[in-house]
Ligand binder design. Sequence first.
Ligand code: G6P
Length: 608
Amino acid sequence: MCGIFAYTGSKNKDAVEVLLEGLSSLEYRGYDSAGIYTPESGVVKTPGAVGALRGKVPKSFTGKSGISHLRWATHGAPTEKNAHPHHGGKEDIWLVHNGIVENFRELKERLTKKGHTFFSESDTEVLAHLIEEYLRSEKNFEKAVFKALGEVRGTYGLAIQYAKEPEKLIAARMGSPIVLGVGNGEHFIASDASPILKHTKKVLFLNDGEVAVLTPTSHAVYKLSQKRVRRNPEELSWGAEEAQKGGYEHFMLKEIMEAPDVVSNTLRGRLIQKKGMAKLGGLESVAKKLSHIERIIIVGCGTAYYAGLIGEYMLEEFAGIPVEVELASEFRYRSPVLNQRTALIAVSQSGETIDTLEAVREGKRKGALTLGIVNTVGSTIARETDAGVYNHAGPEVGVASTKALVSQLTTLALFTLFFGRARKLSPKKGAEIARELAALPKKLETVLKKEKEMAKLAKKYAHMRDFLFIGRKYNYPVALEGALKLKEVSYVHAEGYGAGEMKHGPIAMIDQEFPTFALTPRDSVYEKNVSNVHELKARKGLVIALATEGDKSIAKLADDVVYVPKTLEMLQPILNLIPLQLFAYYVAIQKGLNPDRPRNLAKSVTVE
Ligand code: G6P
């Protein structure tokens, strides 16, 4: 997501060059605007790339310390005004921030009453004003920061500077990573180690609820309670590229492992758990039209299309609205019958896929209400749809979509609560769905512990040339996605099928050389799926079953079993996906392939 880099040094190093170079190594994260501040020269910000920022920084711009940022827009458009660093009213408190201040509206209101004037739409700016406000009473920079942070709800990774104490930097972390670099007479703050490694390998990772005070020659870490934390820096053996990947070998694996955070970020501020409702600010502007909707069409491509297929089951079962899902590339060439009572939901990670975009345009032409479930803020689909909800999954670098799907499904579950509670869904069932959604991150952590197990399984099966994936109901699209992932990154021929269709063709291919991944969770179609496994075994087919924890009977039948914790049937795909993604990843590794760069595929397909 956004990138932070800050520096304080006493040597004759030019902080401006250090910061600009550091920002370049954070560019891989994806961003839409950039900015830099030094107490000596002030601020330069710009929409666009680090190159544009460099071009805008005058020769006279200097500093021995400073803070800098790459922004990936969440609140407010990617403009110069909304770019970081942000400052308080007196322009002496400056900060850069990753994360979301959830209570920024109420803080802003309070501070406005006290005479603060705000310059941007960003939630971050309120933090600078809050610190400034406490500085008035506390007369101490550190104390003012502690007091202000005590009031913040939400997430932050922060680097803060006070113009009157230019050598000092304060860093803080709550839910958004911060790494400190410990150099010789210099210190660094960054959102990941990649911009630091060129200068020093000695780093200190902040934990949630920790604050660090840095000068060129000292660093001290505290808890939010101001209690000192004693922890020695560690020596990183990573190269810059590994640092970008958070120490993982590939972005794909890093992004699979991010699933618990992705769900938390997608849900943040949107779940009204007790009432079993979802608050989707992005749909407020079309609330009236939504109440008249009689039919939903979901369009997408690739993995996003499969998200739509799962969404169809959710929305029809719990919101009672007829839903159709269509490949965007087909929808645009049909003559779809649409009207004002139709909502067309476009699902797209990039927000730039040409077929999905054209499907949106076709929907608009025919008078449908167009909505987006998009991950990339400010992308074309986000701009062209009437309204929408951002996934907040953070930039996805791996070509084959992984974490974006997790966030798309979480968003579709929120849509289900949103539409459902306005229609047939009872408060009790709504609350149950909300509760299970909130419990997903923990369950995902359990599933991710299967990483080694999936690596072993991949090793056992990597020599197979063909694979069948089967599932039923909510897990039918999961089977399609499991096959797609394997094809995309490991080039193994794989077919995804609805389990009920197995007898209508694919079973003819089954023998000892054609294994099946069978999705058999303990759900409403369990018995039927078990029958399919029997049928496969009767043909000497090898079966890997993905089953619910504690299901011993399936182990007697299948050759291998991967256990996944139980959740509601409608949310089970979010957990079941993960082992399939890990399996595809590790088969690719077994074959010596780079899963981040699959041959012939592009991350964002912007040509037809
Ligand atoms: C490409 C990517 C897929 C992705 C699809 C749709 O094919 O390789 O991973 O699912 O495009 O992309 P979108 O950005 O619209 O979600």
